[in-house]
Design a protein around this ligand. Structure first.
Ligand code: NAI
Length: 250
């Protein structure tokens, strides 16, 4: 038995749009019940309607620890133990290192603390059950390559990488491979987040391509699920990403 199975439960944050919405659709297509978590009632409800009968909309701001803990308790009571947790909610609003602190608070609060909250709210119950589990955290190539000008975002995603590595270690020692952690590393992907960008890079992926690749990576047991190169990633950056992912690069 694997975690991604008919009737099992998935929780996806940032599931009203983009990569999260496609992931929620894919889990539902596999026959899983999916809790669709996003920050606004309307968007969450719309996404759940689009996903279908197996979707359960729940509104939560992932940066709010108390709200997240309440969400986890409600999900536990209504639906039982989570098999797949995808901490994916994110905001692109960045800011240079000298930008006003509000940007930093928002970006770190959602992109990094949102993942911390998700892990702390759900993983203890996953460990306490004896069922297989999967935790996917959405990082970014920028968390590894650290391009200039968007430091707050880059730092948040570097934090997600470190957090997921720490989580994988913890899961190996406490669950012996029964629950696996995965770091999804998309490149430039056409979603709500990038819709306003002037960049339309050749080779950019759709959210569905990212999710298909993610499912293949999970099935293969890959920790780093790196979406292969496109023209937004220089050859040098690609080497750095592969090196960070543990591959040997000449
Ligand atoms: P998106 O904007 O289409 O989806 C993000 C979702 O997160 C939205 O539905 C939004 O409402 C939700 N969200 C934002 N703040 C929230 C909060 N505080 N609480 C709950 N939900 C919240 O963007 P996309 O591209 O699908 O992003 C998904 C993840 O992928 C993010 O973590 C992003 O950083 C990451 N990513 C995206 C890339 C891209 O090129 N689109 C590249 C690399 C990483």
């Amino acid at each position: 038995m694997t975690a991604i199975e008919r009737d099992n439960l998935a929780v996806v944050t940032g599931a009203a749009s983009g990569i999260g919405l496609e992931a929620a659709k894919a889990f539902a297509a596999a026959g899983m019940r999916v809790v669709v978590v996003d920050r606004s009632d309307d968007a969450t409800m719309r996404a759940a309607l689009e996903i279908g009968d197996l979707a359960f909309p729940m509104t939560c701001d992932v940066s709010d620890r108390k709200a997240f803990d309440t969400l986890a308790a409600t999900i536990g009571q209504r639906h039982g133990t989570v098999s797949v947790l995808m901490n994916n909610a994110g905001i692109g609003a960045g800011g240079d290192v000298l930008a006003p602190s509000a940007d930093w608070d928002a970006v770190l609060g959602v992109n990094l603390m949102g993942v911390v909250h998700g892990v702390q709210a759900f993983v203890p119950a996953m460990l306490a059950s004896d069922a297989p589990g999967v935790v996917i955290n959405t990082g970014s190539k920028q968390g590894i390559t650290q391009p200039p000008g968007n430091t707050a975002y880059n730092v948040s995603k570097a934090g997600v990488k470190a957090l997921t590595e720490g989580l994988a270690h913890t899961l190996r020692s406490h669950a012996g491979g029964r629950i696996t952690a995965h770091l999804l590393i998309p490149g430039f992907t056409y979603t709500g987040m990038t819709a306003r960008s002037d960049e339309k890079p050749a080779g950019a992926w759709s959210a569905k391509q990212v999710v298909d690749h993610m499912l293949t990576g999970i099935a293969a047991g890959d920790f780093y699920i790196l979406c292969p190169d496109n023209e937004t990633t220089t050859a040098q950056d690609h080497k750095r990403i592969l090196w960070a992912a543990g591959d040997i690069v000449e």
